[in-house]
Design a protein around this ligand. Structure first.
Ligand code: GRF
Length: 180
Protein backbone atom coordinates (compact mmCIF):
# COMPACT_ATOMS: atom_id res chain seq x y z
CA UNK A 1 0.00 0.00 0.00
CA UNK A 2 1.45 3.34 -1.08
CA UNK A 3 0.21 5.61 1.71
CA UNK A 4 1.36 5.69 5.30
CA UNK A 5 -1.18 5.56 8.09
CA UNK A 6 -0.81 6.12 11.83
CA UNK A 7 -3.02 4.60 14.54
CA UNK A 8 -4.10 6.11 17.88
CA UNK A 9 -5.44 3.69 20.49
CA UNK A 10 -6.05 3.30 24.21
CA UNK A 11 -6.79 -0.39 24.66
CA UNK A 12 -6.72 -3.90 23.19
CA UNK A 13 -5.82 -3.03 19.62
CA UNK A 14 -7.84 -5.77 17.94
CA UNK A 15 -8.69 -3.32 15.15
CA UNK A 16 -4.99 -2.45 14.80
CA UNK A 17 -4.27 -6.16 14.41
CA UNK A 18 -6.96 -6.51 11.73
CA UNK A 19 -5.48 -3.54 9.85
CA UNK A 20 -1.97 -5.01 10.01
CA UNK A 21 -3.28 -8.43 8.93
CA UNK A 22 -4.92 -6.81 5.91
CA UNK A 23 -1.46 -5.75 4.72
CA UNK A 24 -1.93 -2.01 5.32
CA UNK A 25 1.34 -0.29 6.23
CA UNK A 26 1.15 1.33 9.67
CA UNK A 27 3.99 3.85 10.16
CA UNK A 28 3.51 4.39 13.88
CA UNK A 29 1.10 3.77 16.76
CA UNK A 30 0.52 6.23 19.62
CA UNK A 31 -1.43 5.89 22.86
CA UNK A 32 -2.43 7.83 25.96
CA UNK A 33 -2.06 4.55 27.85
CA UNK A 34 1.44 3.10 28.13
CA UNK A 35 -0.07 -0.25 29.21
CA UNK A 36 -2.41 -0.57 26.22
CA UNK A 37 -2.26 -4.08 24.76
CA UNK A 38 -2.36 -2.46 21.33
CA UNK A 39 1.19 -1.17 21.90
CA UNK A 40 2.35 -4.79 22.32
CA UNK A 41 0.73 -5.63 18.99
CA UNK A 42 2.68 -2.72 17.43
CA UNK A 43 5.89 -3.92 19.06
CA UNK A 44 5.42 -7.50 17.81
CA UNK A 45 4.82 -6.17 14.30
CA UNK A 46 7.97 -3.99 14.46
CA UNK A 47 5.92 -0.80 14.21
CA UNK A 48 7.32 2.24 16.11
CA UNK A 49 5.08 3.02 19.09
CA UNK A 50 4.82 5.94 21.50
CA UNK A 51 2.78 6.88 24.54
CA UNK A 52 2.03 10.10 26.41
CA UNK A 53 -0.29 10.14 29.40
CA UNK A 54 -1.15 13.79 28.93
CA UNK A 55 -3.39 14.05 25.89
CA UNK A 56 -2.27 17.56 24.95
CA UNK A 57 1.36 16.38 24.94
CA UNK A 58 0.26 13.40 22.87
CA UNK A 59 -1.51 15.63 20.33
CA UNK A 60 1.49 17.97 20.05
CA UNK A 61 3.91 15.08 19.49
CA UNK A 62 1.59 13.22 17.11
CA UNK A 63 1.31 16.35 14.93
CA UNK A 64 5.12 16.35 14.64
CA UNK A 65 5.20 12.60 13.89
CA UNK A 66 2.54 13.00 11.18
CA UNK A 67 4.92 15.30 9.33
CA UNK A 68 8.00 13.20 10.08
CA UNK A 69 6.39 9.97 8.78
CA UNK A 70 4.50 11.70 5.94
CA UNK A 71 1.19 10.30 7.19
CA UNK A 72 -1.79 10.41 4.82
CA UNK A 73 -4.51 9.08 7.14
CA UNK A 74 -4.83 9.06 10.94
CA UNK A 75 -6.82 6.08 12.20
CA UNK A 76 -8.49 6.06 15.63
CA UNK A 77 -8.85 2.47 16.80
CA UNK A 78 -10.27 2.53 20.30
CA UNK A 79 -8.73 5.90 21.21
CA UNK A 80 -10.81 6.81 24.25
CA UNK A 81 -10.21 10.57 24.38
CA UNK A 82 -11.90 13.39 22.50
CA UNK A 83 -9.41 15.12 20.19
CA UNK A 84 -9.03 18.85 20.81
CA UNK A 85 -10.44 21.35 18.35
CA UNK A 86 -6.93 22.68 17.83
CA UNK A 87 -5.61 19.23 16.89
CA UNK A 88 -8.44 18.48 14.45
CA UNK A 89 -8.17 21.93 12.85
CA UNK A 90 -4.41 21.51 12.41
CA UNK A 91 -5.03 18.66 9.96
CA UNK A 92 -6.79 18.58 6.57
CA UNK A 93 -10.47 17.62 6.52
CA UNK A 94 -11.09 13.89 5.97
CA UNK A 95 -7.67 13.14 7.46
CA UNK A 96 -8.90 11.32 10.61
CA UNK A 97 -11.20 8.27 10.67
CA UNK A 98 -12.86 6.44 13.57
CA UNK A 99 -14.83 3.25 14.18
CA UNK A 100 -17.84 3.36 16.52
CA UNK A 101 -19.97 0.41 17.74
CA UNK A 102 -23.41 1.79 16.85
CA UNK A 103 -25.37 3.02 13.87
CA UNK A 104 -24.53 6.71 14.27
CA UNK A 105 -26.10 9.17 14.89
CA UNK A 106 -27.67 6.74 17.39
CA UNK A 107 -25.85 5.95 20.64
CA UNK A 108 -22.89 8.33 20.52
CA UNK A 109 -20.13 8.33 23.11
CA UNK A 110 -19.26 5.74 25.73
CA UNK A 111 -21.21 2.50 26.32
CA UNK A 112 -22.78 2.57 22.87
CA UNK A 113 -23.50 -1.18 22.99
CA UNK A 114 -25.20 -0.97 26.39
CA UNK A 115 -27.17 2.07 25.23
CA UNK A 116 -28.58 0.03 22.31
CA UNK A 117 -29.53 -2.91 24.58
CA UNK A 118 -31.07 -0.62 27.23
CA UNK A 119 -33.07 1.08 24.49
CA UNK A 120 -34.43 -2.34 23.37
CA UNK A 121 -33.26 -1.47 19.86
CA UNK A 122 -33.98 -4.13 17.21
CA UNK A 123 -30.72 -3.46 15.38
CA UNK A 124 -27.38 -1.93 16.02
CA UNK A 125 -24.14 -1.95 14.07
CA UNK A 126 -20.81 -0.41 13.24
CA UNK A 127 -20.08 3.03 11.80
CA UNK A 128 -16.87 4.17 10.14
CA UNK A 129 -16.79 7.98 10.04
CA UNK A 130 -14.53 10.94 9.54
CA UNK A 131 -13.63 12.79 12.73
CA UNK A 132 -14.47 16.42 13.42
CA UNK A 133 -14.25 18.36 16.71
CA UNK A 134 -17.55 16.90 17.96
CA UNK A 135 -18.25 13.59 19.68
CA UNK A 136 -18.87 10.89 17.02
CA UNK A 137 -20.35 13.60 14.80
CA UNK A 138 -18.22 13.57 11.62
CA UNK A 139 -19.57 12.47 8.25
CA UNK A 140 -20.37 8.78 7.87
CA UNK A 141 -18.32 6.69 5.43
CA UNK A 142 -19.72 3.17 5.94
CA UNK A 143 -22.16 1.34 8.18
CA UNK A 144 -23.13 -2.28 8.69
CA UNK A 145 -26.01 -3.42 10.87
CA UNK A 146 -26.90 -6.56 12.82
CA UNK A 147 -29.98 -7.72 14.66
CA UNK A 148 -29.92 -7.65 18.46
CA UNK A 149 -31.09 -11.01 19.81
CA UNK A 150 -33.34 -11.25 22.85
CA UNK A 151 -30.65 -12.99 24.90
CA UNK A 152 -27.76 -10.74 23.79
CA UNK A 153 -25.57 -9.26 26.52
CA UNK A 154 -23.07 -6.41 26.09
CA UNK A 155 -20.35 -9.08 25.78
CA UNK A 156 -22.04 -11.25 23.13
CA UNK A 157 -23.06 -8.23 21.09
CA UNK A 158 -19.59 -6.71 21.40
CA UNK A 159 -18.04 -9.91 20.04
CA UNK A 160 -20.30 -9.87 16.99
CA UNK A 161 -19.79 -6.15 16.41
CA UNK A 162 -16.01 -6.49 16.66
CA UNK A 163 -16.02 -9.20 14.00
CA UNK A 164 -17.78 -6.71 11.72
CA UNK A 165 -15.43 -3.86 12.75
CA UNK A 166 -12.32 -5.85 11.87
CA UNK A 167 -13.52 -6.46 8.32
CA UNK A 168 -15.32 -3.15 7.69
CA UNK A 169 -12.64 -0.84 9.13
CA UNK A 170 -9.69 -2.39 7.32
CA UNK A 171 -11.63 -2.62 4.02
CA UNK A 172 -12.73 1.02 4.33
CA UNK A 173 -9.22 2.24 5.12
CA UNK A 174 -7.90 0.32 2.15
CA UNK A 175 -10.44 1.86 -0.20
CA UNK A 176 -9.78 5.41 1.11
CA UNK A 177 -6.05 4.92 0.52
CA UNK A 178 -6.60 3.55 -2.98
CA UNK A 179 -8.82 6.54 -3.92
CA UNK A 180 -6.35 9.16 -2.61
C1 GRF B 1 -13.96 -0.81 19.24
O1 GRF B 1 -15.01 -1.63 19.61
C2 GRF B 1 -14.44 0.48 18.63
O2 GRF B 1 -15.74 0.40 18.16
C3 GRF B 1 -14.36 1.47 19.75
O3 GRF B 1 -13.30 1.03 20.56
C4 GRF B 1 -13.13 -0.38 20.42
C5 GRF B 1 -11.68 -0.67 20.23
O4 GRF B 1 -11.40 -2.04 20.24
N1 GRF B 1 -14.17 2.80 19.22
P1 GRF B 1 -9.94 -2.57 19.98
O5 GRF B 1 -9.01 -1.84 20.95
O6 GRF B 1 -9.58 -2.28 18.55
O7 GRF B 1 -10.00 -4.03 20.28
Amino acid sequence: MRHNIAVLLSGNGSNLKAIIDKGIKVSFVASNNSKALGLKIAKNANIPFYSWKNVLDLEEEVLKLIIEYDIKLLVLAGYMRLLSQNFVNSLPSKFIVNVHPSLLPKYKGMNAIKQAIDDCAENTGVTIHYVDEGMDSGSIIKQDSIKINENDTVETLKDRLQTIEHRLYSDTIKSILIKN
